[in-house]
Each structure stands twice: as structure tokens, then as C-alpha cells.
Write a protein that binds this ligand. Structure first.
Ligand code: HAM
Length: 436
């Protein structure tokens, strides 16, 4: 067996090799187009932020802050963390750049890597990528529905046919504290039916129990009181109007009264989007059952992080999860156009001339491949065949001295010598004749 190399990638992190890049490209290109159409501006925030931003924003009692943050002290003594999610960083930027003074709503989107120290498994990595959309300064449920619609649109453009959005409302500061009490009263006498973490969660943040993946906690959850029965008038009417918007826009949803999401900042709307076939088939593979998109409204976070009372809503999709689902379903990645021409060179002088010629062809936008390390014509023609190019340019010693070059048509083997000064025009003509 081959010996493992001394250095390997860190656990739970991946190299994205050239073969996989077309999937990323397809997703990012689609997201950019949809974002532009819906009036979102792109934002890049630092990959590290003040650790307290997440402690306060994401929430002290969340798995992310309790167990999953990559935090460290800098040489200067600052406590920073690799970002585990985009939302708190984008809220910080909204506050720091006074975006409240811009016409509202302010619509921002971001794409990039995030870091969570999770137990690695299919669809769950320690470094992964998200596309994230956030809208600030609009309290209407229409915007919650629009964010859902945007993710549906992106996924549909990528060819996902059957999508379903699980929705719920988790109330706000007016009604949630009462529900928490009701839930705690239900959980307290049933501690023996809970996992060790949930026993603690009952005291610290009982809603988190509803999010636990342990089977025994799931069983108990099915009998727990539902927050929808305890919403205040305002939250109830927001939720009702969200469902009306979703109906009106033909966005299929399913009401999940126990959906709470694992982050502390949500108010009112929470949702997750799944590919429906996976939900229906209940495939055993974890990846098929995990959410592609998660999000919701967070009306108190801007203030909590030092800003004014600004309502906000947003969501994020996991890029690796979308790619895995695309591969499972055989959906195509972006097409990367291959070369149409190959340049074969025979010996020292032609090789030197090749560098210049390649650059001339690049400027002329003629996609070309070469193999400057090889000198045998046979090997180079074999490579050209493999790349399925239409023409090969052959540059030998004599051609360089004559200021000429040979053009070989690959399917017939027909060869013609042309003046070097004319080669670009000749190739252009031949390639455009072909495409007619
Ligand atoms: P989240 O549910 O933690 O929400 O993550 C959103 C999506 O990121 C998930 O549905 C999943 O597709 C992907 N994801 C999360 N963790 C991993 C992982 N370890 N490996 C691979 N993919 C993963 C948030 O992050 C919120 N900031 C979303 C949001 C934006 N809410 C409001 N605005």
C-alpha cells in the first residue's frame, strides 16, 4: 500500500480540485444573476471577527458558540474567531458603515467559506461555503417570502424540481418567554426521557431541546406544546400573512410547529428548504435529509449588536450540500469551454517562438492548449486527440526559419502550411465557418 504523505488536509476540510470547480462556478454565477435581479449588493466581510460578536449575536447557548468556534488570541491579544456564519458579521458591517442612513431596505448578499468545529460526516464539514442573503429595514412578511422565493429561484435555476420549505414562527420577546415557561413545565417532569445535553438545555434554553437530533428527545418533542398556540397577536398576524404570500407566489411549504433553528437571534419567521424527493423518500443517508437552506427573521439582532431597532430577515444555503444533491441527481455543472486548437512544437527554436505565439492567440481569444514539455510530434498529437481539438498547429525548425506554421485538421489529417502572420486570421475563419 502507498505510504500516506506526511502532510494531509485538516480533518473535516476539503481541497476543491479543478474537477469540482465547475459546480461552484455554476452556483455562484446563478446566485450573482438572481441577486442582481432582486437588487442585492455584494458584501465581503473579514473571515475573522471579534469572538464576542458571535457570543452575543449567534448566542451563548447555541452549539456553534458552545462547541464549534475556531477562536484564538492574536499576538496583539485580540480575541478573534473564524466566522462560523455570515449574519453577525454582516450586521456589524451594516452598523459600522451607517447603512441605516441609506434608503431602506438594504439588501446584501455574500458568498464564501465558514468554519465550524463539527463532527465531520457526509454534508457536514469543518470548512464549508455558504451563499447568504440578508435584508435590513423592512418588517413586512412579504420580505420573508421574497427571501424564500430567491432561494427557490436559485435552486430551480440549478434544476432542482421538487422543493419544499418547512416554516414556523418562534414568536418574539412579547410571546416567547411565556411559551418557554410552558415548554419548561412540560420538560421538567420528563428529564429522564432527555439526553444529557437536553437536561441542561431545559434550564438554559428549552427551545434548543426541540432542535436536538437524539432519538429519545425527538420522541418527546412530538408531544411537546407548540409555540403556534402561544403566539401574540402581532406574531400570529405576521405568520398568517407570510403563509398568504407563499400561497400567492406558488411556493410550496409545510408547517413544522417544532422547527426552531439552532441560532439564538431569530424572531417570528424561521424556515428551512429541502429537496422534496429526499424528504419523501426519507433516504437513510444523512446528506439527503439535511437542509439545503436555513433562515428566518431577526428583528432584535441589529440592536443587540449596537445598532438601532432595525427589523431584518435572511437565509443561507450550504454550497457543498447543494453540490452533493446536484451530483446525486445528475444535474450539470457549469460548462467550461475546452480548447479548440492545440499547439505542437518540435525542438528548441520552435519552443521559444511558441511562447510568443501562445500569447498572441490568447489576445485573439482563441482557446488553445499546448504541451511545451514534450518534443515528440506523436505524443503531442495523441494529446491533441485526447483533448478533441479541431486543429493542431505544428511548429518545426523549418517553419520558424520560413516564418510559417502548419495547420492540421484533426478529423481528416489534412495539413496546410500558412504564413505565421496569417495564422490568427486563418484560424478565426476556420473556427467561425465551423460554428455556422
Ligand atoms: P445555518 O442553518 O447554520 O444558518 O446554515 C445554513 C446552511 O448552511 C445549512 O442549511 C447547510 O446547508 C449549510 N451548513 C451549515 N453547517 C454546515 C456544515 N458544517 N457543513 C456543510 N454545510 C453546512 C446560518 O448559518 C444562518 N446565518 C442563516 C441566516 C442568514 N439566517 C438569517 N440570515
Amino acid at each position: 500500500m502507498a505510504k500516506k504523505p506526511r502532510f494531509q488536509r485538516p480533518t473535516g476540510m476539503r481541497d476543491i480540485l479543478p474537477e469540482e470547480q465547475p459546480y461552484f462556478e455554476k452556483i455562484y454565477r446563478t446566485v450573482d444573476e438572481v441577486a442582481r435581479f432582486y437588487g442585492f449588493g455584494k458584501i465581503d466581510t473579514p473571515i475573522v471577527e471579534d469572538v464576542e460578536l458571535y457570543e452575543r449575536g449567534t448566542g451563548q447557548s447555541t452549539d456553534i458558540v458552545e462547541k464549534q468556534m475556531y477562536s484564538f488570541k492574536t499576538r496583539g491579544g485580540d480575541a478573534l474567531a473564524l466566522r462560523p456564519e455570515f449574519t453577525p458579521g454582516i450586521v456589524r458591517a451594516y452598523n459600522e458603515h451607517g447603512m441605516l442612513n441609506l434608503p431602506q431596505p438594504v439588501k446584501l448578499y455574500a458568498c464564501g467559506p465558514l468554519f465550524r468545529y463539527e463532527h465531520p460526516q457526509a454534508g457536514r464539514y469543518r470548512q464549508f461555503h455558504q451563499v447568504d442573503f440578508e435584508v435590513f429595514g423592512e418588517e413586512s412578511a412579504a420580505i420573508d417570502a421574497q427571501v424564500i422565493q430567491i432561494f427557490y429561484t436559485v435552486l430551480k435555476e440549478l434544476k432542482f424540481g421538487h422543493l419544499i420549505c418547512e416554516v414556523n414562527s418562534i414568536g418574539d420577546t412579547a410571546c416567547r418567554p411565556y411559551y418557554k415557561k410552558v415548554l419548561t413545565n412540560f420538560l421538567r417532569p420528563r428529564q429522564n426521557s432527555l439526553c444529557a445535553d437536553c437536561k441542561r438545555r431545559t434550564r438554559e434554553n428549552p427551545l434548543r431541546v426541540l432542535d436536538c437530533k437524539e432519538e429519545k428527545c425527538q420522541r418527546l418533542k412530538a408531544q411537546a406544546p407548540q409555540i403556534l398556540d402561544h403566539l401574540c397577536e402581532q406574531c400570529k398576524s405576521h405568520f398568517k400573512s407570510l403563509l398568504e404570500f407563499l400561497d400567492e407566489a406558488d411556493l410550496p411549504y409545510h408547517l413544522d410547529p417544532y422547527l426552531v433553528r439552532g441560532l439564538d437571534y431569530y424572531t417570528k419567521t424561521v424556515f428551512e428548504i429541502f429537496s422534496e424527493t429526499a424528504v419523501q423518500e426519507q433516504k437513510e443517508e444523512v446528506i439527503s435529509r439535511s437542509a439545503l437552506v436555513g433562515g428566518g427573521r431577526y428583528d432584535s439582532l441589529v440592536r443587540l449588536l449596537g445598532g438601532k431597532d432595525v427589523p431584518a430577515t435572511g437565509a443561507a444555503a450550504g454550497v457543498e450540500r447543494i453540490i452533493a444533491a446536484m451530483k446525486e441527481r445528475g444535474f450539470p455543472p457549469a460548462e467550461i469551454p475546452g480548447p479548440k486548437v492545440f499547439l505542437a512544437q518540435l525542438g528548441d527554436l520552435p519552443k521559444k517562438r511558441s511562447l510568443k505565439l501562445l500569447e498572441e492567440l490568447r489576445k485573439a481569444k482563441i482557446p488553445i492548449a499546448e504541451s511545451l514539455g514534450r518534443d515528440s510530434l506523436r505524443t503531442q498529437l495523441a494529446r491533441a486527440d485526447k483533448l478533441e481539438v479541431e486543429y493542431t498547429l505544428i511548429l518545426g525548425q523549418r517553419e520558424v526559419l520560413d516564418g510559417a506554421i502548419v495547420i492540421r485538421k484533426m478529423d481528416t489529417g489534412e495539413q496546410q502550411t500558412v504564413k505565421m502572420a496569417k495564422v490568427i486570421d486563418e484560424l478565426r475563419k476556420r473556427l467561425s465557418d465551423k460554428s455556422k
